[in-house]
Design a protein around this ligand. Structure first.
Ligand SMILES: NC(=O)c1ccc[n+]([C@@H]2O[C@H](COP(=O)([O-])OP(=O)(O)OC[C@H]3O[C@@H](n4cnc5c(N)ncnc54)[C@H](OP(=O)(O)O)[C@@H]3O)[C@@H](O)[C@H]2O)c1
Length: 373
């Protein structure tokens, strides 16, 4: 029961104060004490009942982070539902994607950078239905099926209702359900911003993708193929079939072969793993080529020495990128892989999986049933 005890206590204290004053005018101590006790009981009851009533309407369920720590700190709770401001859209969330960064925030690793909004709701990928729009929203209306990439500073995705801005969302691709759509925004936007915006890959180029079977990697492979590139990608033995299914031209099993022994003169390397892959990558890129890393910056001295362009990527929400992704998904050029789905109440289990660093494709939280249309 969501009793608001601070409100109860302060209301009772106020009632006691007023009646104590009234009784002091009467001046009869015993009578005064009896009246005060009775008023305390009545006050608690009245305020408690009205608090519960007020709490039932505007609540929603969310996986809330009260304290930093292991996956078990994520607790399903009832919290106030958000209200959209003029430039905001209220989502009824059907599914929420899970990303490695969710675990970093849960562990408190971003709080060290001056970011701490506890109690808070994490989750940066959502798919669902527009529930309500702010006065300045022009592109979306209530009932639209949509998906969004929420900024890390705001989050709010692990919840029945969440807020997005127009610049962070797009219409959901019509040919996939909300679970698959929730897998897309952060990971596919990262792949797009790395390969298209930074590396500027082109038709006929050779692209090497480290971590091709993961959340970002499996979208990167499909984006590169859609651009007409030849794709080489690495993954463990268990994920070689995934690479083949995604159309990788040269799959490499990093557990049995060193990529630097079998690859040379690529145009672009995209590094999607937190492993020791960058040092050996400089030698496999042709002069004038590029290395883009989403897990740490390449060494500028190495890049300069070899005349290659190098950059680290920090992805950010961009509705235009989501629109491009929607087109590619609807054209069946990109198909999200969702390897596991968990109910919102099992967010902790989803975090245990994402922390293995060996997730195949994406994992998603199911928040509500898909609406019937
Ligand atoms: N900079 C940014 O804006 C940004 C955005 C998104 C993600 N990231 C970061 O990028 C990394 C990848 O994200 P993600 O969402 O793709 O993670 P993920 O879904 O956990 O994917 C991990 C993948 O990496 C593969 N892998 C692990 N070790 C490997 C190795 N030595 N060589 C090749 N592949 C290996 C795994 O395949 P196997 O199981 O087959 O080993 C798995 O499929 C994370 O560290 C994440 O924090 C950064």
């Amino acid at each position: 029961m969501a009793l608001r005890w601070s409100a109860v206590e302060s209301s009772v204290a106020k009632a006691q104060e007023i009646f104590s004053l009234a009784c002091s005018l009467i001046g009869e101590d015993a009578k005064r004490m009896r009246i005060l006790r009775a008023l305390t009981v009545i006050g608690v009851t009245v305020v408690a009942v009205s608090s519960v009533r007020a709490a039932t309407g505007p609540l929603m369920k969310a996986a809330v982070l009260q304290q930093y720590g292991g996956p078990e700190v994520l607790k399903l709770q009832e919290v106030s539902r958000p209200e959209p401001k003029d430039d905001e859209v209220l989502f009824r969330v059907i599914a929420a994607g899970v990303n490695p960064v969710d675990a970093y925030v849960r562990q408190g690793r971003l709080s060290e950078r001056g970011f701490d909004k506890r109690p808070m709701i994490i989750g940066y990928d959502i798919a669902g239905v527009v529930e309500k729009i702010g006065a300045k929203i022009t592109k979306f209306k209530a009932g639209d099926a949509v998906y969004a990439y929420l900024p890390i500073m705001r989050g709010g995705g692990y919840a029945e209702l969440a807020i997005a801005k127009e610049g962070e969302m797009a219409l959901k691709p019509k040919n996939i359900d909300s679970e698959k759509a929730a897998a897309v925004p952060l990971a596919a936007t990262t792949a797009w911003q790395a390969l298209i915006d930074q590396a500027k890959i082109d038709k006929g180029q050779i692209v090497l993708i480290h971590g091709g079977s993961g959340g970002v990697g499996h979208f990167a492979i499909q984006i590169a193929k859609a651009r007409g590139a030849k794709v080489i990608a690495t993954a463990s033995t268990a994920n070689q079939n995934v690479l083949k299914q995604l159309g990788v031209d040269q799959p490499i099993d990093y557990t049995t072969a060193k990529f630097e022994d079998v690859v040379k003169d690529v145009d672009v390397v995209l590094n999607c793993v937190r492993a020791d892959t960058l040092p050996a990558s400089y030698g496999v890129v042709k002069k004038g080529g590029a290395i883009v890393s989403i897990t740490g910056d390449p060494d500028p001295a190495e890049c300069e020495k070899r005349a290659i362009r190098c950059s680290g990527v920090m992805a950010h929400p961009d509705a235009n990128v989501l629109d491009e992704l929607t087109k590619l998904i609807e054209a069946n050029k990109i198909t999200p892989i969702v390897s596991q789905t968990f109910p919102l109440a099992d967010a902790a289990k989803a975090h245990q999986q994402i922390e293995t660093r060996h997730t195949r494709g994406k994992i998603v939280l199911r928040v509500a049933d898909e609406p019937r249309r």
